[in-house]
Design a protein around this ligand. Structure first.
Ligand code: G3P
Ligand code: MG
Length: 245
């Protein structure tokens, strides 16, 4: 059965990559939760998608221009809806703790956001946080950046490692033969254009970002491992009715 992964939390209904978005993902029964992790100026792990704070907070500037205490001053909720006013950019540990407190038992997909910035040493910091205690959920690492995945595989061969990609044919072929890659997260357009290949592909496929009903149904029909969606509640309901049809 196709698993439903909440993209940046429940991004469509709550401010992305904030604690309310992650709580909502758990509330609606998402099987997986995806987040994006980056480093502040003082080398603290924070959960945010863009390389700057402009779109999702009331501030401006690159994440690497802010210390953790400075970035914590920003409002990361008002831009989405006034009711989320005062929400903060969470640290990585705050999200892990939140998911644990909410009783999340699915898969946490940690996207190490090194496609535009390098963040040397970020992989070790992520692993160090995870290894501080037992968690109620499983972990899958993911990144667009293949070097990041190589670093993760070397430092932590115990957890799942997935390659995110726009999915050129050469990339799709290449990763099949990389022993430490256990899943592929392609853009949904690759699935739309290559449904036959998707069915026989030897690794689990979890495309992004699957927000249209037709694309969700395509994923269910092809038996894909999972989808990343901004609307996990809607996707769960659609999957239920698909199974009962
Ligand atoms: O992990 C899938 C997806 O999150 C990749 O794209 O840009 O939303 O991080 P993006
Ligand atoms: Mg992401």
């Amino acid at each position: 059965m196709t698993k439903i992964f909440a993209h940046r939390g429940s991004k469509g209904t709550h401010p992305e990559n904030t604690l309310p978005a992650f709580r909502e993902a758990v509330r609606v029964g998402a099987d997986g939760v995806e987040l994006d992790v980056q480093l502040t100026k003082d080398q603290e792990l924070v959960v945010i998608h863009d390389n700057d704070v402009d779109r999702t907070t009331d501030g401006t500037g690159e994440i690497t221009d802010f210390t953790l205490s400075e970035i914590k001053q920003l409002d990361a909720g008002s831009w989405f809806k006034p009711e989320f006013s005062g929400e903060r950019i969470p640290t990585f540990v705050e999200v892990l703790t939140c998911l644990q407190e909410e009783g999340f038992t699915g898969i946490l997909n940690i996207e190490v956001k090194t496609d535009e910035k390098e963040y040397p040493g970020i992989e070790a910091k992520v692993i160090e946080c995870l290894n501080q205690q037992e968690w109620s959920f499983q972990v899958a690492y993911s990144s667009f950046n293949f070097s990041t995945l190589e670093n993760l595989a070397e430092l932590d061969p115990t957890r799942e490692i997935c390659h995110i990609m726009y999915a050129k044919q050469s990339e799709i072929e290449m990763v099949k033969h990389v022993p430490f890659i256990s899943g592929v997260h392609p853009k949904i357009t690759w699935i739309q254009e290559n449904p036959e290949q998707a069915v026989t592909y030897p690794l689990p496929l979890r495309p992004w970002t699957v927000n249209q009903v037709g694309d969700m149904l395509l994923a269910f029909e092809l038996g894909l491992a999972a989808i990343h969606t901004d609307y996990p509640e809607q996707a769960k309901l659609l999957l239920k009715s698909y199974q009962e049809r």
